[in-house]
Ligand binder design. Sequence first.
Ligand code: ADP
Ligand code: GLC
Length: 493
Amino acid sequence: MRVLELASEAVPFAKTGGLADVAGALPEALARLGCQATLVIPAYREALASGLPIESAEMAFEVPIGTRRPVARILRCTPPGGRVDVILIANDDLFDRPTLYGGARDYPDNAERYIFFSRAALEWASRQQRPFDLVHCHDWQTGLVPAYQKLLHASSPALAGARTVMTIHNMAYQGLFWHWDMLLTGLDWKYFNWQQMEFYNQLNLLKTGLVFADAISTVSPTYAREIQRAPGGCGLEGVLAARSDVLSGIVNGIDTETWNPASDRHIPRHYGEQDFDDGKYAARVALAARLGHAAPDARPLVAFVGRLVGQKGVELIIEVLGRMAGAGRAHFMILGSGEAAYEQELQRLAASFPGTVDVVIGYDEGLAHLVQAAADITLVPSLFEPCGLTQLYAQRYGSIPLVRATGGLVDTVVDTTPETLHDASASGFVFEGFAASALEHALERALALHANRPAWQGLVRHVMRLDCSWAASARDYLRLFERTLAAPPAPVV
Ligand code: ADP
Ligand code: GLC
């Protein structure tokens, strides 16, 4: 099967979050199953500076965007050791910028940037000799692609017979723009209606993808159910419920080579299930040195790594730190960046509890690995979480995830109780209500078990053995693609 994957970020080229991990790893996993996979991403400054062997494909063409015709230059790269061809769409005005999306404030021309990317990606595909069977789009940035495939490429030999799958990584980001940006899409105004591209007078790129795609998936079965009703659907619950016959959930895998405590280049001592105590101790010594402490302390290390935004339950962490840090029963380490108010509040807590609360504001891939290796418990108290990767990384590094029961966290973490310890299904701690008291109670349960060394060590060994590799998830994607190919395409109304 010939698969075209389209995403706005992918490891190792450019990353702001879990989407990049997925878009980088899934095409490789599909290739291992025999698919011929090609990945298309924008040629951001970060990608061009990555040191990867990116070269010109000697192809350039104009892309109509409203009244302008910016040029797309095509670059290509096969990352060392990889089997996937990566195509990068270059236009320096649009993509040679300091950050991917604009940071705290989105770039004002993000509509134009991703309309251009989507249209250029399909234009490149339409110029290929061998036809594509399946076009797989990720998130709002590629939401126009299913519409373009059906409306602009109905007679392109390389694309006309393809089916499209739209994968949702987060309903909270829909690519909402003012209605005049419809002119940039090049599509007829007749599609700007409440059943297709319009959403309360705005242009909605994710909705466009959900309506025009032949099939829809999201990154966990629980999230697939949650988004078909409010508030999970973020206003698009009706659209999703109407397409429930082609909507499914597939839990993400993780890249078990990059995230492997037995070979990770970011940690001082490699380890496995048998010697995790030694590996974790070495990581804690290195982390303490990095944070300016003379030595690690003996208390359990409770960590958080992630974006500092409402989705991640940062306010619960702030409240629980305020309540628990004074008692000194654990050491807390937060690594993240995001909303200024959260960053300041966390830094204030670090200043109030020196030696007990460490806060590093910033994005640091290597430090994220070191923190997971050093930690005993990793907090993921999300308000909502489509899948979540940090809990999977935590498990692999022998840090027990403590999560709220939402989205993919439900599908990947089994609460520790006497019964689940007994039948060896326990894989973390889970709390239900979005309240600091519920998080605190779960943390108390985790710390109590931590004090029981044999039980804790058994739990750590068990979670380190869980198989979260891409193999199973990629097989599920392949089955979804096969199902979608066997069914007739979604009709264009
Ligand atoms: P989301 O995509 O919603 O941010 P995920 O859990 O799926 O959540 O993925 C987050 C990814 O981003 C993980 O790979 C995590 O390690 C990484 N990450 C998030 N914040 C940081 C940070 N400040 N420094 C390093 N890595 C981070
Ligand atoms: C999104 C979600 C996260 C998911 C990631 C990759 O960023 O917030 O839960 O793991 O995409 O699918």
